[in-house]
Design a protein around this ligand. Structure first.
Ligand code: NAD
Length: 548
């Protein structure tokens, strides 16, 4: 059956209430803006919205019939059943892709996925919080701006940024780079991805050769004009070629799906179509080829670093794959979280987002105004909202992301719930956040690398976070662990709340959002970060300090 992937607009309910309807619209939305919706894939190569189509259809059917006081259980994208709970309990609780420690390896994941026993939810795919490339764009922009502040006097005007990967998340890079005023070159082996980013206004131009791309970049640098250039080519070929020519970009990173050697990364010399065929055979062959290419790719990144470029890992496990392939110094490249974002996370400032369930962009614009009114003094937030308004096109349901912290998130959500109640917005608003948030993720090679107290690999924090949300009346709560190449590398928690203008929504927004950032601050305070201890003191978060 050929399916369409529309988003639903307006105020007509198909479910028993807005909590259920809102979650259904978010499921539709991740498919509408996803990378390969026919296969339920939302982003990051294998991050899926549901296990398979029968699972998807049963989830939809169930959301249309369950009432407050009933909770749907989802296990790795498959609906398992409905439990009688109580009116303030979550509508859905999910556990996606959690394997037992010694078994949590990519090969076991592929085997279990082939038997249709498991699927990976990515971070925001399986729990329907993905909002298109915008979801990651502010994070990417903030990283670029921190690099600009630290190394280049405030912005990236006249600077050359080299990166690769124009997929669901990586597709945010050209726009984020341009917003930071850079001349940014983005490689992707898949021309369709380049065309898609151009079509939605995230990428300016496509070059037909490396020479042409570099000429465009050089001109933009000389004119100090922001520009994003796409080039269809393999990063494992082009990074070393740029290095061979003696060119040194100012900033280098990568967002190919390097985390998955079989379903993500495309090795040098292979087309995406060829790799799709090879996936049906022995995964080992692709794993070896991808590893060899990543070794060349990262070796060139290290060479750029040695020659003075600011090089960082943007959360795709590329250093880990290179190290496994024999690049002993791969971890000389810093991870973006530790290098640039940890001071924000220590205060539980992270990627908070809201989505207009009525599909009316005006609702988001009105909330932008409220954000500017409330947080105008906050440079990061006010600068971002102004830029996002100007540059970031909506994909699917109109949505906004902004890095807000403890108290701020609750404050905004309650104000928005008031607006819904007063009829100032066309419909309810969903609130959620990335899993890459202070209290919500353990990933020793991304989020929690080099934690001050050495607690990098402890997964208790995201588990506690998810349980806190269940105890705090959230509408959807999910525990995810890594799948594909991320198997065994991470555990995280997701949460979604629907602001439907009710008093009950006031209560759940207040409890869940406040407790979410409280656990974030506690996690960093427990690890000894002074910023977190200060935040806990200032904001009266009831964190215990025990002698260690
Ligand atoms: P995606 O699968 O949608 O896109 C990956 C892109 O990389 C594809 O377009 C593919 O054609 C391209 N590609 C693969 N190998 C290549 C090569 N050798 N040379 C050039 N292009 C190549 O994935 P995505 O959602 O964009 O995510 C990208 C990576 O970033 C993943 O590893 C993901 O887990 C990670 N990620 C990081 C963050 C973060 O917070 N920094 C957030 C989300 C995702």
């Amino acid at each position: 059956m050929k399916r369409d992937f529309p988003v639903t607009s307006g105020g007509r309910l198909r479910c028993r209430g807005w909590r259920q309807e809102g979650l259904l619209r978010l499921l539709e939305n991740v498919l509408a803006v996803g990378e390969d919706p026919d296969n339920l894939v939302v982003y990051a190569a294998l991050g899926k919205a549901a296990r398979d189509w029968p699972s998807h259809d049963k989830i939809v059917e169930t959301l249309k019939t369950i009432e407050d006081g009933e909770t749907l259980l989802v296990q790795s994208g498959k609906p398992i059943g409905v439990l009688r709970t109580h009116a303030k309990a979550p509508v859905i609780i999910m556990a996606n892709c959690n394997m037992i420690g010694q078994w949590a390896k990519a090969e076991n994941f592929y085997d279990l996925a082939n038997k249709n026993l498991i699927c990976w939810g990515g971070l925001t795919a399986g729990d329907w919080q993905y909002i298109g490339s915008q979801g990651v764009i502010q994070g990417t922009y903030e990283i670029f701006m921190r690099i600009a502040a630290r190394h280049f006097g405030g912005d990236l005007a006249g600077r050359f940024v080299l990166t690769a990967g124009l997929g669901g998340m990586g597709g945010a890079q050209p726009l984020a780079g341009k917003m930071a005023k850079a001349a940014i070159l983005c490689l992707d082996v898949d021309e369709a991805r380049i065309d898609k980013r151009m079509a939605i206004g995230f990428l300016d131009v496509k070059a037909s050769s490396l020479d042409e791309a570099l000429a465009m970049i050089r001109k933009a640098q000389a004119d100090k004009q922001p520009l994003s250039v796409g080039l269809c080519a393999n990063a494992a070929d082009i990074y070393p070629e740029i290095a061979r020519r003696g060119l040194v970009p100012d900033v280098v990173t990568d967002q190919t799906s390097a985390h998955d050697l079989v379903y993500g990364y495309i090795p040098s010399g292979r087309s995406p179509a060829e790799v799709r065929e090879m996936r049906k055979g022995d995964p080992k062959v692709l794993m070896d080829e991808s590893t060899r290419s990543i070794v060349r790719h990262v070796t060139a990144m290290l060479e750029f670093q040695k020659k003075g470029a600011v090089v960082f890992d943007n959360g795709n496990l590329i250093r880990t794959q290179a190290k496994n392939g024999g690049v002993a110094d791969a971890f000389d490249i810093p991870i973006f979280t530790e290098a640039f974002l940890r001071p924000l996370f220590a205060r539980a400032i992270g990627p908070f987002r809201w989505i207009a369930l009525s599909n009316d962009p005006e609702d988001i614009r009105k909330i932008d105004d409220i954000v500017l009114e409330k947080f105008g003094h906050n440079q990061i937030v006010s600068n971002w909202i102004r830029l996002a308004r100007q540059h970031v096109p909506f994909e699917g349901l109109p949505a906004r992301i902004a890095w807000l912290g403890h108290g701020e998130r609750t404050d905004l959500a309650l104000a928005v719930n008031d607006m819904v109640r007063a009829g100032k917005l066309t419909g309810p608003i969903a609130f959620t956040r990335d899993h890459l948030d202070a209290g919500a993720m353990a990933h020793p090679n991304i989020m929690t690398e080099n934690m001050r107290d050495g607690s990098d690999a402890i997964a208790d924090w995201p588990l506690l976070n998810a349980m806190v949300h269940c105890a705090s009346q959230a509408d959807l709560v999910a525990i995810h662990s890594g799948g594909g190449g991320y198997s065994g590398y991470m555990t995280s928690a997701g949460v979604t709340l629907v602001a439907d203008g009710s008093d009950a929504a006031d209560e759940r927004l207040s409890l869940s959002l406040t407790n979410d950032t409280s656990t974030g601050v506690m996690r960093y305070a427990d690890a000894g970060y002074e910023d977190a201890l200060d935040e806990a003191r200032q904001k009266k978060i009831n964190h215990f300090r025990l002698p260690s």
